[in-house]
Design a protein around this ligand. Structure first.
Ligand code: NAD
Length: 454
């Protein structure tokens, strides 16, 4: 569903016209295709300070088959770089940041199309020394600003790699591969925290969910259908859930994916039990639950009645509590296994707020609060709990927005375009991967680094 300007700006005469008129020139983003190589060119890896993560990152990239070159202040890059990974986790003084400028700068200059910049830091809240914390926090400003400077589909993201996890390259592999790959096409300017975790060996990075069962709610259309598609592609048995009124569309999705359709209103008091029963029928427990079903009932706050308030909070947030409660009961057959994954779909409206969406903003901010709290509660069971916060995604919902408002939402981000539903699916699948065991309590914006909701 590439929008008209993006198509126009990338074809023949359109390229010339958009350049001459100084119109925004959104790039055609590289997206994942089955079996695709991680990178289409070499990755430069370097760093400052006493960090030890660069060598782990280099080994992970080499294992993918990509070429790794050293990023130093004197490096001359023969080929356009597909990525640069910069380890600043060991930097403790502001003076050391000058080394980042002189080393990262030439590598950024040598980046090709759809390139990736990943900066690795230590969470500032783990450092007692104020200058060390300031040095690390500076990395966030650097990465977010770089995200806004990159062109041609480039993205820049930051890993806060917990001190306890810095000696363990296993927890780094899945996040590094996701953020380097085309699966993160619409994720930029985002920090994500990675901690300790028990990471199993990964046999096939293209099929991480082989033998696993995933449930996706609100999967009859839009983002939910695309999330289900990503899980099926990556090897999962999928159960797609949606309201009976969307039964026909749901069956179509299920048939297409070889998935099981479950007609169910997620607000039903026995929704959790019904989901568990459907899982039990597949002959095992549940590995992943994705709470995607969501509605909007927009009105200015002062005009919002009880029905508009209650339905949005109930579908978008309360249903997740009720369903989780059942699935987390160890005595329930078809419940979530230890080591399982819970992923909620929030929104940038739950981070920055939106006019006419006090109810929706409440529900989506609530999802973020739930994820942060529940992740701690479930750490002992190795269950991770995370959320994605989509920005402007090209769906039936956003197609209905009046054209002027739609263009603002679509263009006001670093990538100058809306995201595709699949971009949300890819980010959710990243959280769900067995390799993402060190990632919990996180909220990842899939918004092209939107200025809205900032
Ligand atoms: P959509 O309206 O196209 O799809 C939502 C699906 O959820 C529908 O199939 C609907 O039938 C189902 N659903 C609604 N209420 C349900 C219920 N009670 N029980 C079961 N299923 C129910 O919306 P979308 O754009 O695909 O959005 C998916 C999710 O992403 C939502 O949570 C939404 O809030 C969130 N989101 C979307 C965007 C965007 O730009 N489209 C941005 C931020 C967040």
């Amino acid at each position: 569903m590439t929008d008209t300007l993006t198509k126009f700006a990338n074809e023949g005469i359109g390229k010339t016209i958009t350049t001459k008129l100084g119109l925004p020139r959104p790039a055609l983003l590289r997206r994942y295709k089955e079996g695709q190589d991680l990178l289409e060119g070499p990755a430069a890896v370097g760093g400052i300070g006493e960090g030890t993560v660069a060598s782990s990152a280099a080994a992970i990239i080499k294992a993918s088959g990509a070429e790794v070159v050293a990023a130093t202040a004197d490096s001359q890059y023969a080929d356009k770089l597909a990525a640069v990974v910069f380890d600043a986790s060991g930097a403790r003084t502001l003076d050391e940041l000058e080394g980042l400028r002189t080393t990262l700068g030439p590598a950024v200059k040598a980046l090709g199309k759809n390139a990736r910049v990943i900066v690795i830091g230590t969470p500032p809240d783990e450092l007692a020394d104020p200058e060390a914390a300031a040095t690390q926090q500076a990395l966030e400003g650097i990465t977010r600003s770089l995200g806004k400077e990159l062109r041609a589909g480039g993205t820049a993201n930051l890993f806060w790699l917990s001190l306890e996890a810095q000696g363990d390259s296993a927890v780094l592999a899945a996040p590094l591969r996701f953020f380097l790959s085309s699966r993160s096409a619409y994720v930029s300017g985002q920090p994500i925290r990675i901690g300790e975790g028990e990471v199993p060996d990964v046999d096939d990075w293209h099929k991480p969910f082989l033998g696993e069962t995933a449930v996706v709610t609100g999967a009859a259309r839009g983002i939910g259908a695309e999330i289900a598609k990503v899980f099926a592609r990556a090897g999962a048995k999928v159960i797609v859930v949606d309201i009976p009124a969307a039964g026909e569309a749901l069956s179509k999705v299920a048939n297409q994916l070889g998935a099981t359709a479950l007609q169910l209103d997620v607000t039903a008091p026995d929704a959790g039990e019904k989901i568990a029963a459907a899982v039990a029928k597949t002959g095992g427990g549940l590995d992943v639950i994705v709470h995607n079903a969501g509605i909007t009932r927009d009105k200015l706050f002062v005009n919002t009645d009880e029905a508009r308030w209650g339905s949005v909070i109930n579908v978008n947030l309360q249903s997740q509590f009720r369903i989780n409660k059942v699935l987390l009961d160890p005595s329930v057959e078809g419940g979530l296994k230890d080591g399982g994954r819970i992923i909620g779909v929030a929104s940038i409206a739950g981070i920055g707020g939106n006019r006419g969406q006090v109810n929706y903003g409440a529900s989506k901010a609530g999802v973020i609060g739930m994820v942060r709290s529940l992740s701690k509660e479930l750490a002992a069971r190795r269950i991770t709990v995370n959320a994605v916060a989509p920005g402007f995604i090209e769906t039936e919902m956003t197609a209905k927005i009046p054209v002027a408002t739609r263009e603002v939402g679509r263009r006001l981000n670093s990538l100058l375009q809306g995201g595709e539903p699949v971009d949300v699916g890819e980010a959710i699948a990243f959280f769900a991967e067995p390799g993402s065991a060190g990632v919990t309590g996180q909220v990842l914006r899939v918004c092209g680094q939107s200025q809205l909701g900032a």
